[in-house]
Structures are given as C-alpha cells and as structure tokens.
Design a binder for this molecule. Structure first.
Ligand SMILES: Nc1nc2c(c(=O)[nH]1)N[C@H]1C(S)=C(S)[C@@H](COP(=O)(O)O)O[C@H]1N2
Ligand SMILES: [Mo]
Length: 429
C-alpha cells in the first residue's frame, strides 16, 4: 500500500455527517497525516488574531531569570470566568476556561474556585488541625507535624455539584464551555492518607461519620462517611508540585476523590468522629436534590459520568469546511473512563473517540476525534461510559428522571451547534 493510499484509509467515515475513524489519533496515525500533508484544522476563539510581526526579539538579548515564573503576556487573555454574589467578598465561583486548555492537568492559577465566604489568609505557623470526637486519643497537628507523615500523590479531578447548572435553564445560555462546565479541574494532589491519621488517633467502633470543618469565615462543614475517609481520602498539602494555593485551601484541605466538590473542605481545621452525620447547614440547606415526588436526595456523593467537547465549542468560529480535530474531556466520580462516543448529527449516529492514556481513575481523560466538516449545520455531542458501565444521559433523560427542580449534579450530554456561518453555539437537542 502506498503512503497516499494509507493516508486516505485514515479518512474513511465511520458515522454520520463526516466523523472519521479514531485511528488517526492512535499509534502511527499522526505520522501518516504528516506524510499525506493533510493537516487538521482547529476551531478558534471568536476574537480576531493578528499575525506575528517582525522578529524584534532576535535583535537584542532577552529578559532575565525570575524567582517565580509567569506566562507569556500573549496568553493573558486566558482567564477564569469570575462570578461573585453581589455585596459579598468572594462568595461565589470562578470557572476554569476549559476550551482554552489542552491535556488534562489544570494549571494552578486557572483551577476553578468556589468559596462561601472568601479566601482566608492563613499563617501556617498558627494553623492547627484538630482530630477529636469518638477516638481513643484526640490529636492536634501543626503544619510541621503534618509534613513529617508519609505522603502519596494522585492525579484526580474535583467538580462542584453545581457545575453545568446553566444548562438546566429552559433556554440554552449563549456562552462558552468553561462558563457552563468550568467548575471542574484536575490536579496532581499530594498529601497524607486520612486513614493514617485516623489509625493513629484510634477510631472508636461506634464512629461512622466525620464532621469536617474549614477555617474560613463560613466555617464550612460537611459530614463524611467513615468508609470513604478510610478508603482514598487525602489530607492534601500540595497541588501540582507546589503548596496548595490559598484559593484551594492553603495550608491544608480535605480531598475526597470523585465526590461532589463541596465535601472537600478547604482550610481544614477540625475533624470530629461521630455516630451520625451532623446535618450541617451546608449539607441540608444546599447540595441536596429535590425530586419530582417532593422527596429530597441527600448525601449523593460520587459525581456522575460526564464528558464535554471543549473544541469546537460555544463562542468559537470554524475556519470553513475541512478536516477538524475534535477535542474534549471525560470523567467519572466512580472510576475511570472506558469509552467516549462522538456524534456530529445530533445523536443519530455515534463513533468511538480516541482516549489519551493513561486512563486514570477519577481523573480528567482527554478524548480526540477527526471530523470532516462539510460546511453545513451540525450538532456535535459526546457521550462517556465509565468502567462500571454507567452511561452519560441526555439532558431530556436527566430532566425526566430528576425533575425540573433539580439544580445540582447535572452530568447531561452537551450539544454544540455548528452553523453554516462558522459560528458554534450552545444548543439543546
Ligand atoms: N472551608 C471551605 N471549604 C470548601 C468551600 C468553602 O467555601 N469553604 N467550598 C466548597 C465547594 S462548594 C467546592 S465545589 C470546593 C471547590 O474547591 P476549589 O475552590 O479548590 O476548586 O471546595 C469546597 N470546600
Ligand atoms: Mo461546590
């Protein structure tokens, strides 16, 4: 087979409206694309981009070193979407601009934030973590003491249970991927398994729950089941290799992999072992799902299997008909991603996307797909399946199951509408 024939083989459609086989992104595929000199197009943010000027930077020596780095000033437009509740200091959220990032790790400065009463400025010398309640030996840890425990490192996502709420409104908000879905971020977290500290304190056999309290002005508090605390819960100290950012809970936070973000208490100051959940304000007035029959679901912890195409996505402009790279993220609070399927015809037909390894448990997973856009209207969707076999639902199915009152845990399929005028917008199928 000639190079050209092999190149053409990669462009065989596998589903409706121009979806191509994922082998383009598997081993060897990229090399063949290069040989066939058929590059991939990428939809762009709608803002105008000017071409680079003359290379002034080659005429004089460049800038010097610095103690703490910063990004290129040409990348400064990449910003979180900040929304503070009026009249408050830092009560609200800022969302990760998912559509402006690639790979799976969220840079620390772009990690989403959700604060109930702003970011406390905590002096690590003065901060203490108290472990008490139904234990044999109550313990108080200084930060120095915590740093002497054996640590583990894991790559995992955190997602606010209020993420993607804009898409529960009756009309699709005309905004971007990050504005809608950016309350999810993924980092390499390093810290102490909570089980180590609990074993040192000696857990009373009557203890079934933990009350965990933060040192912010809201003293945000949640109840954690003992089984999760003994399983994979971390007392996190580091985020992507450096100390936690103040916004992420410096100097120490709780981190419960896969569970709704709210329970990962930041600025952690107190853990009390109890028989029953404490029924704190933060778990009764909020973070419960009111169902159609009037029942309320409480303590629904793992985040559902989910995916979203980050490019092309809302607010971007296509560059005319041609071969495009579709890129997106998938994740599940219950484990790893087994499969992501993509549709370009509003869910009529689906084809399997290429997943970027390693496929880590409770981490963001990047998927990619080749798509020949013919310039006509298209509806792009992605559907994730996790390793437990759970399938991401459509928005209509989610609303039927959870009812119109639902405002948390929206993991429904996102639809991006691609129009003949090159514009990409948020849509409901
Ligand atoms: N002490 C404290 N912990 C907190 C919060 C808070 O306001 N105070 N917000 C919670 C919520 S609702 C979420 S979604 C996550 C967000 O973590 P992040 O800001 O690091 O992204 O922290 C949780 N932990
Ligand atoms: Mo949250």
């Amino acid at each position: 087979m000639s190079d050209r024939e092999r190149a053409l083989e990669h462009y065989q459609p596998v589903a409706g409206n121009g979806l191509l086989h994922r082998r383009l992104f598997l081993a060897g595929g990229a090399a063949v694309v290069g040989a066939g000199s058929l590059g991939l197009l990428t939809a762009r943010p709608a803002r105008a981009q000017s071409p680079p000027g003359l290379p002034e930077w080659m005429r004089a020596p460049g800038a010097g070193m610095s103690g703490y780095g910063r990004r290129s000033r040409f990348e400064e437009h990449v910003q979180r979407y900040v929304g503070s509740a009026p009249g408050t200091t830092g009560s609200g959220s800022s969302r990760t601009p998912l559509e402006q990032l690639e790979g799976t790790i969220t840079p620390n400065a772009l990690h989403f934030e959700r604060h109930h009463s702003g970011i406390p400025e905590i002096d690590p010398e003065q901060h203490r973590l108290l472990l008490h309640g139904l234990v044999e030996r109550p313990l108080v840890f200084s930060m120095d003491a915590l740093h002497r425990y054996p640590m583990v490192t894991r790559i995992q996502f955190i997602e606010c249970s209020g993420n993607s709420r804009p898409n529960l409104s009756s009309e699709p908000p005309a905004t971007t991927c990050g504005d809608i879905h950016g309350m999810v971020s993924c980092s390499e977290w390093t810290g102490i398994p909570l089980s180590v500290l609990l074993e040192e304190a000696g857990v009373d056999p009557q203890a079934q729950w933990l009350l965990c309290e933060g040192a912010d002005a809201a003293a945000m508090s949640r109840s954690v089941p003992l089984a999760k605390a003994m399983d994979d819960t971390l007392i996190a100290l580091y985020q992507n290799g450096e100390s936690l950012r103040p916004a992420q809970g410096y100097p120490v936070r709780l981190f419960l992999p896969g569970y709704e973000g709210n329970i990962s208490v930041k600025w952690l100051r107190r853990i009390k072992l109890t028989r029953e959940p404490t029924m704190t304000r933060d778990e009764t007035s909020k973070y419960t799902d009111l169902l159609p029959g009037g029942k309320s679901l409480i303590f629904t912890f793992p985040m559902g299997v989910k995916s979203v195409i980050t490019s092309p996505s809302g607010g971007m402009a296509m560059q005319g008909p041609g071969l495009y790279q579709i890129s997106g993220l998938a994740w599940s609070g219950s484990g790893s991603i087994r499969r992501v399927e993509v549709s370009a015809d509003g869910g009529e037909t689906w084809a399997e996307a290429a997943l970027t390894e390693p496929l880590l448990s409770k981490a963001l997973t990047r998927f990619r797909m080749a798509w020949r856009w013919n310039g006509g209207p298209a509806l792009l969707m992605s559907r994730a399946v996790d390793d437990a076999g759970a399938v991401q639902p459509t928005r209509a199915a989610l609303l039927t199951e959870k009812g119109s009152q639902v405002s948390y845990h929206n993991h429904a399929i996102q639809v991006w509408q691609v129009a003949a005028d090159n514009q990409v917008t948020n849509a409901y199928a």
